[in-house]
Design a protein around this ligand. Structure first.
Ligand code: PHE
Length: 358
């Protein structure tokens, strides 16, 4: 009997070592510790033993049972740990990996420049005003001192809009510049409608007008049919040309750096008198001369001048009492200069390879 118990224990422990998963382990338990297992069969047979052997065999049988139960528990624990380790390994998640970013939109480079310009003037106390893109010939030209057959219209070949009605007498156009916004801004402040006496004491005015303009031109590397401008206008008492110079000098320093210098060159616009074109010292070579400034050291960035008396009057300001200055600049050109963009057509190409660089 004792030998049989010895064999039972050995065989059971051997079989246990071969149980590789929970199912096998349960099957083992039934086979080796269950009611029909060889070990359990030993207990009922003990009655047949001579009385003096019974305690010995009984103790040994209980020992075997305890050994097997302990071995079972140990094996179960080993298998549980193995299963856990395996799950941790196979389901491992590397939370340090960077996530996949969804594609993000960005601001168009010209929009960025426009905002920079407008923010700079806003800091300097200019109000930002918007104005319409579809204008009448009257606002786009006539009220700005450009009469129907004035040669200045040649420079601004115009898109005409078929607005129905009597468009021969009152043509409607896509604005060729942001300057008609000057008239709108002045009339908004003075309340003047273009008829009757000029208002008595209209308040002063200081605005910038950003927006899109259109010209019916051959599209080339240097000219587009659609581009942006930022117009500026200040009207008040005792505003002089030196206010214009000071304002634009301050602007250039804020926009291009504290050492930026500007220069004025006499020019002509029908709506300003006197008029000047303004160059900024080349911010790419610092004025030493490079291929961008064509070795002149200067970059032309805007047109400006003192508001023409006719224009002041059309806005509702008495030119005997009020003066003002105005300027207009092109964000495309400034963007091209800053980023060495050689062809203006890239801006409207919709090419992401171009746009994603900004
Ligand atoms: N409107 C002019 C242009 O488009 C620019 C300008 C604006 C010039 C204001 C003088 C004053 O070229």
């Amino acid at each position: 009997m004792l030998e049989a118990l010895e064999r039972i224990q050995q065989e059971a422990l051997q079989a246990l070592a071969e149980a590789e998963d929970a199912d096998a382990l349960e099957a083992w338990k039934t086979a080796h510790l269950g009611r029909k297992s060889p070990l359990m069969q030993v207990f009922p047979q003990m009655g047949k033993l001579p009385p003096e052997q019974r305690p010995l065999v009984g103790r040994r049988a209980n020992e075997v049972r305890q050994t097997l139960e302990a071995a079972y528990a140990e094996r179960a624990e080993v298998l549980r740990r193995q299963a856990l380790a395996h799950a941790l390994e196979s389901e491992r998640l590397d939370i340090t990996l960077p996530g996949r970013r969804p594609p993000r939109g960005g601001l168009h480079p010209v929009t960025q420049t426009m905002r920079r310009i407008v923010e700079t003037f806003a800091e300097m106390g200019f109000q930002v005003v918007r104005s319409r893109e579809v204008e009448t010939d009257e606002y786009n030209f006539q009220l700005l001192n450009i009469p129907p057959h004035h040669p200045a219209r040649e420079m601004q070949d115009t898109f005409y809009v078929d607005a129905g009605g009597d468009s021969d007498t009152y043509p409607v156009v896509l604005r060729t510049h942001t300057s008609p916004g000057q008239i709108h801004a002045m009339r908004q402040v003075t309340g003047y409608t273009g008829e009757g006496p000029l208002p008595e004491n209209p308040p002063p005015l200081r605005v910038v007008l950003p927006g899109m303009v259109y010209r019916y031109e051959q599209i080339t590397a240097r000219s587009e049919i659609q581009f942006t401008q930022v117009e500026g206008l200040a009207v008040g008492r005792n505003i002089t040309f030196s206010d214009l110079k000071g304002t634009l000098t301050d602007f250039a320093r804020r926009m291009f750096g504290p050492t930026a210098r500007i220069r004025f060159r006499a020019s002509h616009f029908p709506f300003t008198e006197p008029s000047a074109e303004v160059d900024v010292e080349c911010f790419l070579c610092g004025g030493k001369g490079c291929n961008v400034c064509k070795y002149t050291g200067w970059l032309e960035i805007l047109g400006s001048g003192m508001v023409h008396p006719v224009v002041l009057r059309n806005g509702g300001y008495d030119p005997e009492k009020y003066t003002g200055f105005a300027f207009g600049m092109g964000p495309e050109r400034i963007t091209m200069l800053r980023h060495h963009i050689e062809d203006i057509r890239y801006f409207w190409s919709g090419d992401l390879r171009f746009l994603e660089q900004f």
